[in-house]
Design a protein around this ligand. Structure first.
Ligand code: DX5
Ligand code: ZN
Length: 217
């Protein structure tokens, strides 16, 4: 079953709890939370305190995407705040394997994120410590950008790499996801679909989640 992960980056922050409740009721599977440090990416968003405040508002697994340098310094804080999945960018981690182990020790599932320019080979020696692979389908930093079509082949390559693994590893896609791009990514092998502006940019968020669901079925 394909999973839908609404990204709160495009939500109305003045009523975040209500926004989250709406997508949860509409059948979302994960809640995607974009953490940006103004250094690795040219934008600033939330820290662990926002995740801690959201934790009691929803039963959805909190899927935390860390767009920050030195993420190892914050893993413990995000895990304690209630993150269920913590994903770090391969580009920010010279000691990626160690950071993934740290995520597991902190009690969360571990994800690796690849920027559009980073090859799939970056994953090759960390597969034993990875639960989720996030393929960026835009350059990270902002919502509402256009999907990069070349990433479809990258999803296929990632799917091939996973095929030899005995443990289940999810492939997530993030950036420019709508009904059409989600379908192409699903056909290439993606399992989890992050959508920010496609869901929170609509007046009726529930209807947006449902239309993504029907595009995937
Ligand atoms: C971009 C973030 C995304 C963002 C996607 O850097 O990682 O999660 O919210 O937004 P849309 O779906 O609008 O492209
Ligand atoms: Zn994201």
């Amino acid at each position: 079953m394909k999973k839908i992960a609404p990204s709160i980056l495009s939500a109305d922050f003045s009523k975040l709890a209500a926004e989250v409740a709406e997508v949860e009721q509409a059948g979302a599977d994960y809640l995607h939370i974009d953490v940006m440090d103004g250094h690795f990416v040219p934008n600033v968003t939330f820290g662990p305190n926002v995740i801690q405040s959201l934790r009691p508002c929803t039963r959805l697994p909190l899927d935390v995407h860390l767009m920050m340098t030195n993420p190892e310094n914050y893993i413990e804080a995000f895990a304690k705040a209630g993150a269920d999945i913590i994903s770090v960018h391969a580009e920010t981690c010279p000691h990626l394997h160690r950071v993934l182990q740290l995520i597991h020790t902190s009690g969360a599932r571990a994800g690796v994120v690849l920027n559009p320019a980073t090859p799939v080979s970056a994953l090759e020696y960390v597969m034993d410590s990875t639960d989720l692979i996030l393929i960026m389908t835009v350059n990270p930093g902002f919502g509402g950008q256009t999907f990069i079509p070349g990433m479809i082949d990258k999803i296929r390559q990632t799917r091939d790499l996973i095929a030899n693994q005995s443990r289940p590893i999810e492939i997530e896609v993030d950036g420019g996801i709508n009904g059409e791009t989600a379908k192409s990514c699903a056909d290439a092998g993606a399992d989890v679909f992050v959508a920010g502006s496609f869901i929170f940019g609509k007046k009726d968020r529930a209807q947006a989640v449902q239309s993504l669901r029907s595009a995937l079925s």
